[in-house]
Design a binder for this molecule. Structure first.
Ligand SMILES: [Zn+2]
Length: 316
């Protein structure tokens, strides 16, 4: 029997706690701070040498998740075309940052992706929502606020207490991108394990990827965010636009990749980025510093997904 499911009918399914590790995201700082380690340390090495801290992150292999957006997917919207819509929660802002600055950081990150050219690829288009509405289906499903209704393809669902990351099984994460995918029967599955062979997922474009229904992006409130470079260039504060850009990359189906090597002093201030900083992928998980650009490898990953959009059936 097919394990189709409507999460709205079963709001506290234990599967939610098993949020796909690969889709979960740790951009962070927390991984080298005292206390419980962050969740994605496996490919990151931290060394001490002559009073300096050296962080090496090497991520090879998959640059994409086994799930993806489908062009012109009428299940999302009758006129979806080459667009993905996005919405921004105004009720849960980063601590100490105004709505105006938050909105500006999100819009800047969106514009960065909209400016990547690889044919007639997708466009990210904003939808306005109730300014007082707490957005976030995943939040709602674990009983931590939010809303049961998906308002956009990609929702910046807010800056939330770590209790939410814990409920997702991703305690320690600074950012978390939660997927929702169509099952073969058309129901929507939240927070699944895409490797679970017992679930019959939809793949209407036959690209061997599960079809995305929605993505929700969350950030922790337990971090210091800044909006002005170079204040964000230390291990202990996060540049808002940089982390938004990184998580948006995940929401577009991009996984971690590339290599970074960063040297910090004993106070966590940056001494050097060993590799050419301009070519450091912002999709590397070791993206601690201000990185608001799409590097060559980021673009290659993005275009690998979206260059075929708009070229008709069989375009990929
Ligand atoms: Zn990440």
């Amino acid at each position: 029997m097919r394990r189709s499911r409507s999460p709205l009918d079963h709001p506290r399914r234990p599967v939610l706690a098993r949020i796909l590790t690969a889709v979960a995201v740790v951009l962070a700082a927390a991984t080298v701070l005292p206390g419980p380690a962050g969740a994605s340390m496996n490919k990151t090495r931290i060394m001490e040498r002559d009073g300096q801290i050296i962080i090496v992150s090497q991520e090879v292999g998959n640059q994409s998740y086994p799930l993806g957006w489908v062009e012109s997917d009428t299940r999302r919207r009758p006129d979806a075309g080459l667009e993905l819509t996005y919405a921004i929660d105004r009720t849960e802002l980063p601590p100490g940052i105004s709505w105006e600055d938050t909105e500006a950081a999100v819009e800047a990150a969106v514009a960065t992706f909209n400016e990547v050219q690889c044919g007639r690829n997708l466009r990210l288009v904003r939808v306005d929502t109730d300014p007082d509405g707490d957005l976030g289906v995943a939040q709602h499903l674990v009983g931590l606020g939010g809303n049961p209704v998906t308002v956009a393809d990609i929702t910046f669902a807010g800056w939330v207490p770590d209790q939410f990351m814990d409920a997702m099984g991703m305690g320690g994460s600074k950012g978390l991108t939660v997927p929702a995918t169509y099952a073969a029967d058309g129901s929507i599955v939240w927070g699944y394990d895409v490797l679970d062979p017992t679930i019959d997922y939809s793949d209407i474009d036959d690209d061997r990827e599960s079809d995305l229904a929605a993505m929700e992006i969350y950030f922790t409130i337990s971090a210091d965010y800044v909006v002005d470079d170079p204040a964000g260039d230390t291990l202990f504060v996060i540049d808002l636009e940089s982390i938004v850009l990184h998580e948006l990359g995940h929401a577009l189906g991009m996984d971690h990749f590339g290599r970074t090597e960063i040297i910090l002093d004993e106070n966590g201030e940056f001494v050097d980025v060993v590799l050419n900083r301009n070519s450091t992928p912002m999709m590397n998980s070791n993206n601690y510093f201000v990185n608001r650009e799409v590097a060559g490898s980021d673009k290659a990953s993005f275009c690998g997904r979206y260059a075929s959009w708009g070229k008709g059936p069989g375009g990929h």
